[in-house]
Design a protein around this ligand. Sequence first.
Ligand code: 5GP
Length: 174
Amino acid sequence: MEIENKEVLLSAEEIEERVEVLAAQITEDYRGKKPLLIGVLKGAVIFLSDLIRHIKIPVEIDFMAVSSYGADTASSGVVRILKDLEQSIQGKDVLIVEDIVDTGLTLNYLRENLISRGPSSLKVVTLLDKPDRRKVVFEPDYCGFMIPDKFVVGYGLDFDENYRQLADLCILTD
Ligand code: 5GP
């Protein structure tokens, strides 16, 4: 897709290289296991599909969709689950796959929610991290890139449901 008003923050090639490194780390760390990768819809779809194709051990995938917190829930970090998992995660090695950690509220909530379901282990991989904006202490176990406090689109991330299809990760400009 061609758009004029954008600045490339991370090229498709840079992302691909880094995704391969993350997949290699995950392959090593989960050797002998069969992790369940849980993609957070919709932003993480492209990252998850690229990531699993470079992971060399068996994996399962499932998806969750969560609502962004409204003004009233912004401080509490309560997130509504719009689509839940299709299976129990009890005794499973769960890896949440997210596009970006910003305030940390979404993943903080999701992690607590999933831990209460009794997985054998639970880790988080995020493609992007904007640590400047954190409202709660949250450290992803695997992170692709730390990025500055800019609104980014592309590689699955949207602005008003647009730009998810961009191969590069971009900052919109005027
Ligand atoms: P958090 O709960 O960490 O503040 O927010 C995480 C969610 O906010 C992400 O899953 C994503 O949907 C959205 N988000 C945060 N920063 C950005 C950004 O720069 N671009 C886009 N497209 N979404 C973002």
